[in-house]
Design a protein around this ligand. Structure first.
Ligand code: AMP
Ligand code: MG
Length: 478
């Protein structure tokens, strides 16, 4: 029996078993913890020595839950590329939540073997995509964008078969909550209005308990907050050129964290039609579409609440539409704040043409998204495109808009314009190396992404994209 120096709780088990199935991780033969997130462990006041010990390895590999607590797989549905399907955790189990100075965090093992929701899948993961999730999620966190975190990357010592044999891996990831839009879709379609209400009340008790003080308006306010969090999250993604790649409703977290890193990637050259995912043939989840898809996902959430939002269906629809119409406002506000700060101003609607003109120039001249904003931040205009009359005119207007407040402008820009992003080709090469056994570059990247807003000798070689001949393609992380 393992004794851990911290306390688990399983708040999700207060819900009816309709919402989950008991499920054990299948043990793996020769696990090695290839990366342990020491800085996270320290910031959470968790015992590093115990997690780094051989006992910790057994826990992180999913080999030593013992009779401690019964892990579970969550049930959910999802609109995948627009089509509703029953899903559920097919390759993940959650053990419970542990307290941190930032609230309770759920521990989920992803790639831990088959569950009652696995359908035809093996429940496992390949090592490469797991490393990718670690790098991307830690980068998002360092950017200041809400996200699940990666506690550890474990090589299982076993192979997975994806057409070819690949090294197997799993991660332990942490989330404030793993409840998705798809969890509500499941409550609604497989359950009842009562199940939707049960889940919503539970979510409020856990994360928005202040709302329960005014029960008459609690549900509407809970939904408004959920929309605001989602809209703000997506505005932040846009601000760093992050393309999630699979914005299905099962990958939209209710608490507004970035979740389920699959074929996601950061944009190099600015092009609003950028899409990386090999399975996104229509470009449904391209950069330009992300805000609207976020709104579409929120509409799917709101639909499940219609019977609860009014005495009649008509009233319910009306209230759901009222809330839905707020999404765009939330998004516009967050976008203006983000892109305003990216050019050093507190933007209002009147500043939109100035911001959009810059994006247009970037698109015309095929400028790097990240580095263009850095050029503005540092006032170093090296690209030939910056010599063009159009850009010179833009710059004149921009400097006039900033006026005297240069110091404040630079301070804002330095907070939201990264020096370095995990650029696709570099990260891919590093992951390939790690899968071959050399972890040096992956470890370096996990260090680099920690400090994205400062120029360091560590990030110096990686500030520009290598010149690829082929457009970058990402594959679903299975
Ligand atoms: P994702 O693309 O990671 O959001 O996964 C979509 C759905 O497929 C979820 O229900 C996953 O649990 C399930 N899934 C993905 N990979 C596997 C796998 N290797 N075995 C079983 N289920 C999987
Ligand atoms: Mg998913």
């Amino acid at each position: 029996m393992e004794r851990w120096d911290w306390t688990w709780k399983q708040p999700y088990r207060a819900l009816d078993p309709f919402f989950y199935r008991d499920s054990e991780p299948s043990s793996v033969s020769a696990p090695t913890v290839e990366w342990l997130n020491e800085s996270l462990i320290r910031s959470y006041d968790w015992p590093l020595e115990q997690l780094a010990s051989s006992e910790g390895t057994r826990l992180l590999a999913g080999n030593a839950f013992g009779s401690m607590l019964q892990p579970y797989a969550q049930a959910y549905m999802g609109h995948q590329f627009g089509h509703l399907t029953m899903l559920g955790d097919g390759r993940a189990v959650t053990l419970g939540a542990v307290e941190t100075p930032f609230g309770w965090k759920e521990w989920q093992w992803k790639g831990s073997g088959r569950t009652p929701f696995s359908r035809g899948g093996d429940g496992r993961g390949a090592l490469g995509p797991m490393i990718r999730e670690a790098i991307m999620s830690e980068a998002m966190h360092a950017f200041g964008i809400p996200t699940t975190r990666t506690l550890a990357v474990v090589q299982t010592g076993e192979e997975v078969h994806r057409g070819v044999p690949l090294a197997g891996g799993l991660i332990v990831r942490l989330a404030t909550s793993h409840v998705r839009v798809g969890t509500f879709e499941y409550a609604y379609h497989y359950g009842s209005d009562e199940r939707v209400k049960e889940l919503a009340n539970w979510m409020m008790q856990q994360y928005d308990s202040d709302l329960l003080e005014t029960p008459e308006v609690a549900l509407s306010q809970f939904l408004e907050r959920t929309l605001e969090r989602q809209a703000t999250l997506i505005a932040q993604w846009q601000g760093v050129g992050f393309i999630h790649g699979v914005m299905n409703t099962d990958n939209a977290s209710i608490v507004g964290e970035t979740i389920d890193y699959g074929p996601c990637a950061f944009m190099d050259v600015y092009d609003a039609d950028t899409v990386f995912s090999s399975i996104d043939h229509q470009g449904r989840y391209r950069y330009r579409n992300q805000p609207a898809i976020g709104g579409w996902n929120m509409a799917r959430l709101l639909e499940t609440f219609i019977p609860l939002l009014g005495a009649t269906d008509e009233e319910g629809v009306e209230e759901a539409q009222r809330i839905a119409s707020m999404y765009e406002r939330f998004y516009e506000r967050a976008w203006l704040k983000m892109f305003g700060h990216k050019i050093g101003i507190e933007a209002t609607e009147d500043d939109r043409p100035l911001i959009e003109a810059l994006l247009q120039l970037m698109e015309t001249h095929k400028l790097d998204f990240t580095n263009t904003f850095r050029a503005l931040t540092e006032q170093e205009f090296e690209e030939a495109a910056f010599e063009t009359p159009a850009f010179q005119e833009w710059k004149r207007q921009w400097l006039a808009r900033i006026g005297e407040k240069v110091e404040q402008a630079v301070a804002w820009m330095e907070q939201v314009n990264p020096v370095v992003i995990p650029r696709n080709s570099y990260v891919e090469e590093a992951i390939d190396e790690a899968v071959r056994g050399n972890w040096e570059d992956v470890e370096r990247w996990l260090e680099i992404v920690r400090e994205p807003y400062t120029k360091t000798t560590l990030n110096e070689p990686y500030r520009s994209a290598p010149h690829d001949e082929e457009p970058f393609v990402t594959y679903c992380g299975t």
